[in-house]
Design a protein around this ligand. Structure first.
Ligand SMILES: Nc1ncnc2c1ncn2[C@@H]1O[C@H](COP(=O)(O)OP(=O)(O)OP(=O)(O)O)[C@@H](O)[C@H]1O
Ligand SMILES: [Mg+2]
Length: 286
């Protein structure tokens, strides 16, 4: 290697060690502006409410790997509601790690754990529950699909961050006006908040979004792609949105004209899971 090349490599290594966005670039990822903002943010608590497929898990995967590579003796914990989500994010971490040219070697590499010889590790805890996560310490905590992580689990995780003042990413798409994640978004300023709608994502086409709006209907479209937390207590949603989503309710004799205050109390509520939703519609139609 010539001295110019060596100098170039050293300056690149230095840049990626202090800048996760440069680190992403070294792995072939050009960050969207909001991703760069999240990765470079000095805030210790970052909440990302973003459309499906906008790139929130990838952003945190990059951060997790960058942080573990460039800091010794740190632990990154990824908490997600189910094995599938953990595997997805962890797979991309391992793939990025495999792609790296100059890297700290690993001494443990499994489907859910990566430990490096600088004594840093990244561990995914799928389906974490309040009981299973006690005892861990973390320097960086990532909550993936946060809307589906229950309040008890979140509360049990917070002490892990206490001693190290851990960096916390709480990422996800809306899922009803309930739980710690919604409360944090709507009523607290603890987290630095980043909102990303699907139309802001350069990889999601307009025509795809138009098609999804037609197929999903207003309620689901707004929830999945426009970051809207819909009226809901325990995953319920209002009939007027269902009406907009799936059609003609005139025969059901339901007053959809009430103003919001009244309708919150009076309009029947329906569980957002598809089966219950359909069951309830059946009930109404009998
Ligand atoms: N800046 C980027 N450049 C290129 N591809 C990207 C970028 N950000 C994300 N992607 C790709 O977009 C896809 C979706 O990313 P990701 O899984 O992180 O989204 P998500 O918001 O977590 O989605 P979901 O809501 O389904 O969990 C992946 O294939 C990912 O590799
Ligand atoms: Mg994701």
């Amino acid at each position: 290697m010539t001295s110019t090349n060596l100098l170039e490599q050293l300056s690149n290594d230095l840049a990626t060690s202090v800048d996760p966005v440069r680190f992403a670039a070294s792995l072939g990822i050009t960050c969207d502006p909001w991703q760069a903002n999240a990765l470079r943010s000095p805030h210790r608590r970052i909440q990302i409410v973003a459309a499906r497929q906008s790139g929130k898990s990838l952003t945190c995967a990059i951060y997790a790997l960058w942080y573990a590579i460039h800091h010794s003796n740190v632990t990154v914990l990824i908490i997600s509601p189910a094995l599938r989500q953990s595997q997805l994010m962890f797979r991309s971490i391992l793939d990025f790690y495999a792609e790296m040219e100059h890297k700290i070697p690993s001494d443990i590499e499994t489907a859910l754990t990566l430990r490096l010889t600088n004594h840093s590790m990244i561990v995914a805890l799928p389906g974490a529950s309040e009981r299973t996560i006690r005892g861990y310490r973390a320097d960086c905590l990532i909550f993936d699909e946060s809307a589906l992580i229950d309040d008890d689990t979140y509360r049990a995780c917070r002490p892990m961050a206490a001693i190290s003042d851990a960096k916390i990413f709480a990422i996800g798409s809306p899922h009803g006006k309930r739980g710690w994640w919604y409360e944090s978004w709507a009523h607290s300023d603890e987290y630095y908040k980043i909102k990303v709608t699907a139309s802001e994502c350069p990889r999601i086409s307009k025509s795809y979004l138009e098609q999804e709006r037609r197929i999903l209907g207003q309620f689901w479209y707004e929830q999945e792609f426009e970051c809207i937390f819909h009226q809901a207590e325990e995953s319920i949603f209002r009939l007027e949105l269902i009406e907009a989503s799936i059609g003609d309710f005139e025969e059901l004799d339901i007053n959809l004209e009430d103003d919001e205050e009244e309708s919150d109390n009076e309009v029947p509520l329906i569980d957002s899971s598809h089966e219950l939703h359909l069951e309830h519609l059946d009930d109404l139609q009998e």
